[in-house]
Design a binder for this molecule. Structure first.
Ligand code: FES
Length: 182
């Protein structure tokens, strides 16, 4: 065999090997760069779905400070916000009513429409939202206006004479908003 053609053939083999190596390297690097770009976005979108909601019991006063009657009183507490830099936005509240010695009813003050704080009006026995006219009955169900869901009911327990409320990061609504709602 001609020595020149032998050299050409072997150099061509080297070319193929180099090309194959560079192709694999390019694909590998593209994959790594793509993952670096996509992962933070995916984590941001999927985080709230897969992350377990933080639930914390907060003290809201002694049992004696709540009288048994038909009226709701406002209590405030710190929301177990998922981000430590929430500041004053982590302050939240609930309307609480003592029904019997050990039974309570409590609703989050957060309107299920767009999150304004609702106010208890004793006369007509309604919760009113000042933002878009949302109205709720005393059992938390919607009486009028745009809220798509009842007020969020909160759990209450009594521990050693202290009343505690189970707080979670405030839910607003699970119903998709219509364009006319915003
Ligand atoms: S936020 Fe309450 S009615 Fe819109």
């Amino acid at each position: 065999m001609n020595p020149e053609s032998q050299t050409d053939q072997s150099s061509c083999e080297q070319c193929k090997a180099r090309r194959s190596f560079l192709t694999k390297l390019t694909l590998g690097l593209s994959g790594v760069i793509g993952a670096i770009m996509v992962l933070p976005g995916a984590a941001f979108i999927l985080g709230p779905v897969v992350k377990k909601k933080k639930e914390v019991w907060r003290g809201i006063g002694s049992l004696d400070s709540f009288k048994i009657d038909d009226d709701f009183s406002l209590v405030t507490y710190e929301d177990p916000s998922p981000v430590p830099w929430s500041g004053v936005t982590s302050k939240s509240g609930a309307w609480v009513r003592r029904i019997s010695d050990t039974q309570f009813k409590a609703f989050s003050i957060t309107c299920r429409h767009l999150g304004c704080p609702v106010r208890w009006v004793k006369g007509p026995e309604l919760f009113m939202c000042p933002c878009h006219g949302g109205v709720y009955y005393k059992d938390g169900t919607v009486a009028a206006g745009p809220p798509p869901e009842p007020l969020h009911t909160m759990e209450i327990r009594v521990v050693k004479g202290q009343v505690e409320i189970k707080t979670i990061p405030v839910p607003l609504t699970t119903t998709p908003l219509k364009e006319s709602d915003v």
